[in-house]
Design a protein around this ligand. Structure first.
Ligand SMILES: Cc1ncc(C[n+]2csc(CCOP(=O)(O)OP(=O)(O)O)c2C)c(N)n1
Ligand code: SF4
Length: 245
């Protein structure tokens, strides 16, 4: 049989442990393809989060460090400063990056660290069973908001791109989605741009990827993508929020 589509070399042969319909796998592939296309795989160092992507180190053919919950940008800062020739990236969920890791994220951006951050926003804590995240939508039912997130008591969702765009140290931030082919292509372009910026020494670059968690949202894979389009996209508009170029 003729193979018409193969794994990109930067991905290992390990079988992904993600749930059926989870978009982490698509985003892994986009990062891996980008590193292959830029010829940066040999000098790439990834920093894995705590969250469903905690074992990302099993899936990429490059060096990886697993950071304590939320601390990936601090770890990436150390690696990049010690080994500036490396292509250093973090891969983080919204619980990791926008809850416990808020300080690390904001200050890495404010310092203009020359790293690439891939931020997977699925509006929930996936790995731990579906608790409310800072990015959970108003009214969204989670394990810790069984009647829906009530902004009166639980506040409003955090728009990470908009927030980081205000910082002078942020070189580039863009929000993309992986709900359809067109948007997956856009996501790839943004991830590539975020790595190119780093290789050109432009500074802190972040790509926020609107993603689905069918398991904890209690939906089918296609229903979850529909929910993402109807509920997340209006609150989290796609687009470039900062580009120092
Ligand atoms: C210091 C600390 N606090 C809490 C946890 C528990 N914990 C593990 S993963 C996680 C949430 C992960 O959610 P997210 O970052 O959104 O990633 P996802 O699993 O949705 O991809 C939490 C709270 C932990 N491991 N360490
Ligand atoms: S729990 Fe959610 S984010 Fe985690 S692997 Fe399953 S679908 Fe993906």
């Amino acid at each position: 049989m003729t193979a018409v589509f193969a794994k990109t070399p930067m991905l290992t042969d390990a079988v992904l442990h993600y749930c059926p319909g989870c978009t982490h796998g698509i985003i892994h592939r986009l990062v891996a393809e980008t590193l292959d296309e830029l010829g940066a795989g040999e000098r790439a160092v990834g920093v894995a989060p705590v969250g469903c992507a905690v074992m990302a180190y099993n899936y990429f053919n490059c060096d990886f460090i697993q950071a304590a919950h939320g601390r990936a940008p601090a770890v990436a800062t150390g690696v990049k400063r010690a080994r500036p020739e490396c292509a250093v990236f973090t891969y983080q969920g919204d619980g990791d990056l926008a809850a416990i890791g808020t300080a690390e994220t904001v200050h890495a951006a404010a310092r203009g660290e020359n790293i690439t951050v891939v931020f997977v926003n699925n509006a929930i804590y996936g790995m731990t069973g579906g608790q409310m995240a800072p990015t959970t939508m108003p009214g969204q039912v989670t394990q810790t908001s069984p009647y829906g997130r009530d902004p009166k008591t639980a506040g409003y969702p955090v728009r990470v791109c908009e927030m980081l765009a205000t910082l002078d140290g942020t070189a580039y931030c863009e929000r993309v989605a992986v709900d359809c082919v067109k948007n997956v292509r856009g996501a790839k372009k943004a991830i590539r741009r975020a790595f190119e910026n780093q290789l050109e020494g432009k500074g802190f670059s972040l790509v926020e990827v609107l993603s689905s968690c069918p398991t904890n949202w209690g939906m089918t894979p296609s229903g979850a993508l529909e929910w993402l389009r109807e509920n997340m996209m209006p609150y989290y508009p796609l687009g470039v929020y900062k580009d120092k170029a």
